[in-house]
Design a protein around this ligand. Structure first.
Ligand SMILES: Nc1ncnc2c1ncn2[C@@H]1O[C@H](COP(=O)(O)OP(=O)(O)O)[C@@H](O)[C@H]1O
Ligand SMILES: [Mg+2]
Length: 222
């Protein structure tokens, strides 16, 4: 992998087994993402968007092909290195927020740093300031609106200062006003140098990204 690319996929395929059936979720996907890009991954439901994002985020391995993330070739990475990359190279934001209901807002934000052993109290406070939730840091997720919960999730995704932010339909459960706040947050982060990969089937959001990659039936449309 060379200069400036933070994500590189070469002829990547992913198959799932469903009983006797083989599902071809991705077929020969070749894709490069440069540092600082803001890329939309768009396509219909079932086209392979989540599969693609999960592979970039080291949550899963491809059936075939090569992937490099933040300069690391995943094929040669052991479980330990894959784990480390998952924690430090990428931040993940999901449609369903996935906050821990029994932890406070600031504890949720600090959670991904627990395994790194670093002190992150100050950074957690700064991130909550960035997402406009300083006043809520000792609340529980259940006391927040959906939009606020997603802003906590964005702060959490940034706690280990990853160079890449991956978001899978992050506005799918939000009304348009809250969706807008999340998208503006991504735009601010991107302006400050963060590489952002946004999975969405909302064409209005696609238009706001720097580049759009369309997936259809597991393939990148050209
Ligand atoms: N764990 C799995 N086991 C079997 N099939 C799966 C699994 N995850 C996804 N799929 C299938 O792979 C295809 C792509 O799914 P997905 O990547 O979730 O698409 P999208 O995010 O675009 O809706 C779909 O046909 C889906 O049913
Ligand atoms: Mg999906």
């Amino acid at each position: 992998m060379s200069n400036g690319k933070v994500v590189s996929l070469y002829e990547v395929s992913k198959q799932y087994r469903r009983g006797a059936e083989t599902v071809h979720a991705l077929r020969d996907v070749t894709l490069d993402i440069a540092a600082g890009e803001y890329v939309a991954i768009a396509g219909h439901s079932g086209s392979g968007k989540t599969t693609l994002l999960n592979l970039i985020g080291c949550l899963d391995r491809p059936t075939s092909g090569r992937i490099a993330v933040d300069g690391h070739e995943l094929r040669v990475a052991g479980e330990k290195e894959l784990n480390r990359l998952r924690q430090t190279a990428v931040g993940f934001v999901f449609q369903q927020f996935f906050l821990i209901p029994t932890l406070t807002v600031i504890e949720n934000v600090q959670l991904p740093a627990l395994f790194t052993g670093r002190k992150v109290d100050k950074r957690a406070r700064e991130l909550l300031e960035l997402v406009g939730l300083s006043k809520r840091m000792h609340h529980l997720p259940g006391q927040l609106s959906g939009g606020e919960m997603q802003r906590v999730a964005v702060a959490r995704s940034l706690i280990n200062s990853p160079p890449i932010l991956l978001a899978d339909e992050p506005t799918g459960n939000l009304d348009s006003r809250n969706a807008d706040m999340i998208i503006e947050l991504f735009e601010t982060l991107n302006r400050d140098g963060m590489t952002v990969v946004l999975v969405t089937h909302n064409l209005d959001l696609v238009k706001r990204c720097g580049r759009a990659v369309y997936i259809e039936d597991g393939m990148v449309k050209v």
